[in-house]
Design a protein around this ligand. Structure first.
Ligand code: HEC
Ligand code: HEC
Length: 332
């Protein structure tokens, strides 16, 4: 993604005086978005909030929020009103290259998928709701105001990705990834998973899954993001499900050298998710229709007699078989 291209696009969507202001701001010494953010921070400018929203909620700002979430809206922000995310991850820790890379957890095709039904929420949800899903779980943070600058900026960016995707050539759309993860039909092995972790992951993500900070200034974020502990995703996040994690890890990790076998990806995912992490409240309200709950949801309640441990680590085929025999439809 080329930010300049995005900015041009965003500008063409605004009226010309706003575009002129944006150009002026962008050409200032500090660089466009820092200036625009500081315009919003300046109290005497905050008279016409609607035009400020239009001015700031650009795709470029959205891309920055997704790439450097910690820096722009992390918990170490000097401005308490901007402490929106609750851990030290960036959206791009999982949505690689700000979601502009084709493949697992890419955001290129996201725009076309919403609104859609969410089993977790029990109703139709739009893109803003979905972003808030990751805000409250993957980022262990707060629900953004649907009309906030941050929300609209990220949505604008993701909508722009969708337009880019529709213009991409077929070979550019191809993900450069190993074959999709195929689930082993067994319980995950935490001891084997720890071995994979120590041999292949620890060098970047740290002996205690704590990651590696960019500098001693914590507000700068991380070079290698944390995998567990207080600064990681919470137990209600998609990455907390062993199959979702294994799918991502097989496709993307170790970064730049994704070559794990299905067994290794499965075991190391279970190992990571066996470690302590922030706990989300009200998880029992997820999936109002319990039969829609994914088999690997690690938190109860369940509409089946299998123990929590089997939902966390497998094997999953007996659980799927149970739902099939109940004629309840398949769990999501
Ligand atoms: C810890 C990893 C992680 C982080 C960090 C993360 N996400 Fe996600 N995100 C996921 C996973 C996993 C899914 C798919 C969820 C599933 O399979 O249920 C997802 C799904 C999404 C989707 C829906 C994609 C689609 O095509 O349906 C959007 C939009 C999204 N995330 C936006 C964000 C934004 C914005 C942030 C930062 C504020 C963020 N995510 C941070 C893991 C993450
Ligand atoms: C060469 C360094 C490196 C190695 C080795 C590596 N990772 Fe990562 N990993 C990263 C980086 C960097 C990111 C964030 C992606 C980005 O910022 O582009 C990441 C992101 C992740 C994420 C999503 C974000 C989060 O913090 O939850 C998971 C999960 C993950 N890695 C698991 C693993 C596992 C499991 C292994 C070992 C099989 C591994 N990684 C090996 C560098 C590495």
């Amino acid at each position: 993604m080329h930010p300049d291209q995005e900015k041009t696009k965003a500008m063409s969507d605004t009226n010309s005086s706003k575009a002129l202001l944006l150009t002026l701001a962008a050409s200032a010494v500090l660089g466009g978005m820092l200036v625009i953010v500081s315009i919003q921070r300046s109290p005497d400018m905050a008279t016409d909030s609607e035009s400020l929203v239009a001015l700031e909620a650009t795709a470029e700002y959205g891309e920055r929020l997704i790439r450097e979430t910690t820096r722009y809206m992390g918990q170490h922000q000097p401005d308490p009103a901007k402490r929106l995310s609750g851990n030290d991850l960036d959206c791009s820790s999982c949505h690689l290259v700000s979601g502009s890379d084709p493949g697992t957890l890419s955001l290129l095709e996201t725009a076309s998928r919403y609104p859609r039904f969410s089993g977790r929420d029990g109703g139709d949800r739009d893109l803003r709701d979905r972003i808030n899903g990751c805000m409250q779980r993957s980022m262990n943070g707060v629900e953004l105001d649907r009309n906030s600058i941050e929300m609209i900026a990220m949505e604008t960016y993701i909508l722009g990705l969708g337009r880019d995707y529709s213009l991409m050539s077929e070979d550019k759309k191809q993900a450069d990834e190993p074959p999709t993860f195929a689930e082993p039909d067994r319980k995950a092995d935490l001891v084997a998973g720890q071995q994979v972790y120590e041999n292949r992951c620890q060098v970047c993500h740290g002996a205690n899954g704590e990651g590696l900070q960019e500098s001693t200034d914590i507000s700068e974020g991380y070079v290698f993001p944390p995998l567990w502990g207080p600064e990681s995703y919470n137990n209600g996040a998609g990455m907390g499900r062993v199959l979702t994690a294994a799918n991502f890890i097989k496709a993307r990790m170790p970064l730049g050298q994704a070559d794990l076998s299905d067994d290794e990806a499965f075991d190391v995912s279970a190992y990571i998710n066996s470690k302590p992490r922030p706990e989300k409240s009200n998880l029992e309200e997820d999936y109002p229709e319990l039969f829609r709950k994914p088999v690997d949801s690690p938190y109860p309640p369940y509409a089946d007699p299998f123990p929590q441990e089997q939902h966390q680590y497998g094997p999953f085929s007996p659980i799927r078989e149970y739902y099939r025999s109940q004629n309840n439809g398949q769990p999501g």
